[in-house]
Ligand binder design. Structure first.
Ligand code: FAD
Length: 478
């Protein structure tokens, strides 16, 4: 029979259950990608994600061609396009891997029903998670809201995790197959702002597997000690590959197990736990779909955000011109590379939501457009955690001090100097708070605050107190 493989965020051949299911008794396989941003609104892929997607689709097409197959690319309403392809190919079956965010679930459910009504066999599978969100539940059958307990339950089952191999052969695609050229999707920017992305990343499954291999061979041992130091390449930088499904979490766990008996013991425990956070984020978005736009803890919807000067403040934050070096370095790393170190993500998010008292949703939106790993589940979790209104929240009164964070995690100022080169000549003592440096020293370093580097847009101490007062309102409202 002829089977359609509808690819979405599972852009790989390895450990792809929908692909394996499609291959059973399959004479012709039609691998399809439908670009349908309208159906993902309001979370259609942002600019950096579109850049990545282009590279990933190109890589997948090449991999398929090496098997004598190829990727059929279409654009438009997913259901209409799939129906058109069914009609053109005489396919009798369609397989895909599940997505867990509310918009995709609603769309996929609708499409499943419609295609079944057309007489097609429709099957969905799990490629992106270790465990389905509904398989992991508390003793009373409830979803988890606390990571530690959630992960304890998952970790006990890691021995069951087994990825599927990549196929050895693929059936050919139907002969007359009309594909849109990839360029026609318009995913690449027309104004070339993407040089930093091109320098930093290689999208696609081959690069993802290679990247995972070298990380596990050379760097995972040091992960627990250096993962919080933004100046070092201490984390895996696998997030965009995982988001687009160029590598799956089951393969990651299996690769870890090839080298270490117990993935939940040192030296890999802390890295594997982060894969657990990724699972937890999907668990939450599945069970609490409102958290894409509203706080999990609904009391925090009442939080009084800043009203005056909000736009100017937001813009300064976006551009990395807040006058707080660690924040600015992070925001510039994001703009330049499409990625930001996790420690710094927490710092810039705390600064936006607490010191500037701007809504976390505004920060999440900016991340959505600029991150190559923008992921609705992880982004919503990260922002709410930082704002103190999500699951497992850092208590609302924990406000990161970006100066102390810098002094602790970027002691020599290497990260700040890399992204804020105008501060490079400041001695370490002042690199995280240049406004406190003596005038003579600033003069010597060739820096005038307000001319070469901004003065802080808020006073850290006063804004911290204002945030605590605002959060107090929520507490008494509860
Ligand atoms: P590693 O430390 O090597 O971790 C390995 C993998 O585990 C990551 O690739 C990622 O898939 C997963 N992971 C790690 N930490 C988390 C976490 N806290 N939540 C969920 N998954 C995690 N991550 C995204 O993938 N997309 C986002 O849009 C995103 N937005 C964030 C927003 C904020 C405000 C914060 C504080 C965090 C956000 N994160 C997001 C989580 C985290 O910062 C990134 O996953 C991580 O920095 C990616 O780098 P890495 O691959 O080197 O991570």
């Amino acid at each position: 029979s002829t089977a359609i493989l509808w690819l979405r965020r599972d852009l790989r051949l390895d450990d792809n259950p929908a692909l394996q299911a499609a291959l059973v008794d399959c004479a012709r396989l039609v691998p399809v990608y439908v670009y349908d941003p309208d159906s993902e609104a309001p979370w259609a892929p942002g600019a950096a994600s579109r850049w990545w997607l282009h590279g990933s689709l190109s890589s997948l097409d090449q991999a398929l061609q090496a098997f004598g197959s190829r990727l059929l690319i279409a654009r438009g309403d997913s259901l209409a396009e799939l129906r058109r392809i069914v009609a053109a190919t005489g396919a009798t079956r369609i397989h895909w891997n599940r997505l867990y965010d509310p918009t995709s679930r609603e769309r996929d459910g609708r499409i499943k029903q419609a295609l079944r009504a057309d007489g097609l066999r429709v099957d969905s599978h799990n490629a992106s998670l270790l465990f389905e969100p509904w398989e992991i539940a508390t003793g009373t059958g409830e979803p988890y809201r606390v990571f530690t307990a959630f992960w304890r339950r998952c970790a006990a089952r890691l021995s069951d995790v087994r990825p599927l191999p990549a196929p050895a052969v693929l059936p050919p695609p139907p002969e007359s197959l009309d594909s849109l050229p990839l360029e026609r999707l318009g995913l690449l920017p027309t104004i070339p702002w993407d040089a930093g992305l091109r320098e930093t990343w290689t999208p696609g499954e081959t690069a993802a597997l290679e990247h995972a291999r070298t990380f596990l061979r050379d760097r995972v041992r040091g992960y627990a000690t250096v993962r919080d130091l933004p100046a070092q390449a201490g984390t895996s930088e696998l997030s965009p590959h995982l988001h687009f499904g160029e590598i799956g979490p089951r393969r990651m766990i299996a690769m870890v197990k090839e080298q270490w008996d117990d993935p939940t013991a040192d030296p890999v425990e802390s890295f594997v736990r982060e894969i657990g956070w990724r699972e937890f984020a999907h668990h939450l978005i599945y069970h609490y779909p409102h958290t894409t736009d509203e706080p999990l803890d609904r009391r925090f919807a009442a939080l009084p955000w800043r009203e005056d000067d909000a736009e100017r403040m937001l813009r300064a934050w976006q551009r990395g011109e807040t006058g707080i070096p660690l924040v600015d370095a992070g925001m510039r790393q994001l703009w330049h590379t499409g990625w930001m170190h996790n420690r710094v993500r927490m710092v810039v998010a705390s600064f936006l939501t607490k010191n500037l008292r701007l809504p976390w949703q505004a920060g999440a939106r900016w991340f959505w457009d600029t991150l190559v790993d923008a992921d609705l589940a992880a982004n919503s979790l990260g922002w709410q955690w930082s704002a103190g209104c999500g699951a497992d929240a850092a208590p609302y009164f924990r406000i990161f001090n970006p100066v102390l964070q810098g002094e602790r995690f970027d002691k020599a100022g290497t990260y700040v100097r890399r992204w804020c080169p105008e501060l490079a000549r400041l001695p370490d003592k002042y690199i995280h708070q240049p406004w406190t440096a003596p005038a003579a020293l600033l003069g010597h370093a060739g820096i005038r605050i307000g001319r070469d580097y901004p003065a802080p847009i808020v006073d850290l101490k006063a804004s911290r107190e204002a945030a605590l007062a605002a959060y107090e309102v929520v507490k008494t409202a509860a």
